[in-house]
Design a protein around this ligand. Sequence first.
Ligand code: PLP
Length: 438
Amino acid sequence: MTPGFRRSRTLYREALRRLVGGVSSPVRAFRAVGGTPLFVERARGAYVWDVDGNRYTDFVLSYGAILLGHADGGIAQAVHNAARRGSVTGSPVPEEIALARLVQSAFPVMERLRFVNSGTEAAMSAVRLARGFTGRSLVVKFEGCYHGHADGLLARAGSGAATFALPDSGGVPRSYVRETRVLPYNDVQAFRSLMAREGRNVAAVIVEPIAANMGLVHPEHGFLRTLRVETRRHGSVLLFDEVISGFRVRLGGAVQLFGVRPDLVCAGKVMGGGLPVGVYGGRKEIMRCLAPEGPVYQAGTLAGNRAAMAAGTAALLKLRSAGFYTRLERSTRKTARALERLAARHGVAVEVPWTCGLFTVFFTSRPVRNYSDAAATDRKAFSRYFHSALRHGLYVPPSPFEACFLSAAHTPGILEDALRRWDRVFGEMAAGGRRRGS
Ligand SMILES: Cc1ncc(COP(=O)(O)O)c(C=O)c1O
């Protein structure tokens, strides 16, 4: 089965004449794997259909923003109702309070919060706030963690930037990242010694508590706790970036999963039910430094708009249903383990780390515990895997540094069907490997 991409190709040619790289966000251009990006005609449940009529089981899910499945009826209705009542007015709306209540019940650490329009804005603003609160300038981040594209956080970022092997972005003056320190993920010793040297100047330590932008990398036992202990000792703000993990691995994200309490949290993706949204929040005394209560400025014309608030509320209400995360965790575990078994049967070396709602297929036989390990995985094998998956009706992220996501719409039947396709993908890779070897 070889799907045709004629209409996608035609649209891409026109898009290239109008949009930079033909896309609105770099990873969508397929540069890491080659080929033509799919133009999606529609999406429903666990599936997307491209403009050529090919159907794919979707494991991209808007890079983790979709958790209930595409085109959820409740969310669509909420957005429709909000739009009819005026999606944005520039005044407070009751829908902000409704969503804030749900977010705070999931993340009690957000004693006060602020809605913004993206994860980038949330992380960037939270860092500014931490600097304003502490009166210090240094920010510590971890290699391979991505926190959006704010200048100071694009120091050796993962995700799209790593895909293009751009350790730092063009257009970011050296002086902007001079106040940023980058350490290997999971390296407790490196962190302790940095804090011993520079802790008194560190405003914030920002971390993905479950790293998902170098593929999925788990925090090792004691890593997050060490961050908590050392930041407390030195009076620095601990900031968890839960833009991916929040509301996905548990309603209360990694904070709930691991029981380590940061000072600030930022989130987005799932919380918007498919609309643009972000949030940051945390301890009252820190949040009070934010305008209009305090001197740290941050604002947004569309922030807290009725449509996004209503979509988020509709999404979070559904996620609170009994057993949601138990089912999601079970299906993720089964899928990840089945993938390892299938790959092994065909002699394809993979590691498939997983957590509730996401997993990564790394082409390596060694565990991946940081960005160097992720960067050392077999990217050519990943490209072959990606294109074979596409031919077999599986839409997986077009980069080895992105995770695969599951949604509530990925039923056991749909996943069994997907695994049969994956079986053929690994079979093709093994046959290709034999041909190349002969
Ligand atoms: C952990 C994390 N933080 C921040 C962001 C930036 O979010 P956005 O793309 O909504 O600006 C992302 C995006 O992938 C992310 O994964």
